[in-house]
Write a protein that binds this ligand. Structure first.
Ligand code: NAI
Ligand code: PYR
Ligand code: MG
Length: 368
């Protein structure tokens, strides 16, 4: 198969979909690799390294797309990229279509077979290609939140760990999955008072087993949420209903009960966000203030730590990409029901039920 590796164009997105070592693996499997010039620079991988691994470097994006059976990326295609795709082309990347109807329409109109990293499942029903970036985003959420709590960045001037004789900061984590757990580890490590909310009782039990009295666990319901918001210095939004739009748990009117200068980090923004007041931001202007609350809503947080992120992401995406390249898309999807869950668009249809429901589209399961 011919595989095209594209340079990301999203603002301050420095990750790349394949490392030179990954390219060497594809080449060893008999595939042809075309790498867009400069694709890996942001993550520290020069064109020379891709060439040494057996790839051809291409400066012309059109030529790369025209020649490729499968396009490998990190982020969803942006409007300026839609026209490059051709009918029947495979796209392997993050898509987050529930929050992006225009992209869904473009991929369906183009007849692209789009496999989304974030809806691939493993044998346990976990999301193996989302997990590494959720680990990173969870850790970054506390790092960024701590920064924006500083007065010069618009925050209320709170040090999360406090100091002897002065109260610690309060961190509220809504959604105790992978992002939540990683945020929790960082917040506990900094010495903050941490509260985690989830609707899954076993998940709260797990936090209790791991952290004991260092963390407060609360069922996610309206009254617990509003009470916890009143006390919070930093609120991290980390809920997910796989494939679907995030539920808007924190209403705009709830901002009024929060402390002025408190910070919201809505990690779930890539699925539309779990705060009604969230609007997508980018790494070049990551925050805005509404009702006195600093909002950080960057949809590609891991792009900021591109080397760590690229290594973590590609370590899990490589096996799935190779399976598609080695077997062909249909055989690879037939062989792995979890990979089939990753198929969001195929032959002009929406092939993921949660995505279709969120976008009001007809769900058409792929049949082979
Ligand atoms: N902004 C960014 O750069 C990044 C965003 N993400 C996003 O972060 C979000 C979370 O991802 P993961 O932690 O991997 O998902 P996950 O599936 O591991 O965890 C989600 C948790 O939310 C809980 N939940 C569902 N409904 C809830 C409710 N009403 N109240 C409280 N909890 C609820 C679930 O029980 C689950 O424990 C996703 O939208 C993901 O795409 C992930 C990586 C990077
Ligand atoms: C998960 C995702 O959207 C990201 O890492 O950017
Ligand atoms: Mg994202």
């Amino acid at each position: 198969m011919v595989i095209g590796l594209v340079k990301e164009i999203k603002v301050h997105e420095y990750r790349v979909g394949l490392t030179p070592e990954n390219v060497a693996t594809y080449v060893a499997h008999g595939h042809t690799l075309i790498v867009e010039k400069g694709a890996g620079e942001g993550a520290g991988f020069e064109d020379d390294a891709y060439e040494a691994a057996g790839a051809r470097i291409e400066t012309d994006k059109h030529a790369l797309f025209d020649a490729s059976d499968m396009i490998v990326k990190v982020k969803e295609p942006l409007p300026g990229e839609y026209d490059y795709f051709k009918k029947g082309q495979i796209l392997f990347t993050y898509l987050h279509l529930a929050a992006d109807p225009a992209q869904a329409k473009a991929l369906m109109e183009k007849g692209v077979s789009a496999v989304a990293y974030e809806t691939i499942t493993d044998r346990n029903g976990h999301l193996p290609c989302l997990t590494p970036m959720s680990e990173i985003a969870g850790r970054l959420a506390v790092q960024e939140g701590a920064k924006y709590l500083e007065k010069p960045f618009g925050g209320r001037g709170v040090l999360l760990g406090g100091v002897p004789g002065v109260k610690r900061g309060n961190v509220l984590i809504i959604g105790g999955g992978v992002v939540g757990m990683n945020a929790c580890k960082m917040a506990v490590g900094l010495g903050a008072n941490v509260t985690v909310m989830d609707i899954a009782a076993p998940r709260l039990g797990y936090y209790d087993d791991i952290f004991g009295s260092k963390v407060t666990t609360l069922y996610s319901n309206r009254s617990n949420l509003v009470d916890a918001l009143k006390e919070a210095d930093l609120v991290i939004g980390a809920v997910l209903l796989p494939g679907a739009s995030a539920p808007k748990l924190v209403k705009t009117e709830d901002l009024k009960v929060m402390k002025k200068g408190a910070v919201i980090v809505d990690v779930a923004i890539d699925q539309g966000g779990c705060f009604e007041s969230s609007k997508v931001t980018y790494h070049d202007a990551p925050t805005y203030t509404q009702e006195g609350i600093v909002h950080y809503c960057v949809g590609n947080m891991p792009g900021a730590v591109s080397l760590t992120s690229t290594m973590a992401l590609t370590s899990t995406t490589l096996g799935y990409g190779l399976s598609i390249a080695d077997k062909g898309l249909e055989a690879a999807l037939k062989a792995d029901a979890g990979l089939l869950n990753g198929l969001n668009c195929h032959q002009g249809n929406c092939t993921n039920e949660a995505v279709a429901k969120s976008l009001g589209l007809v769900f058409t399961p792929a049949s082979f």
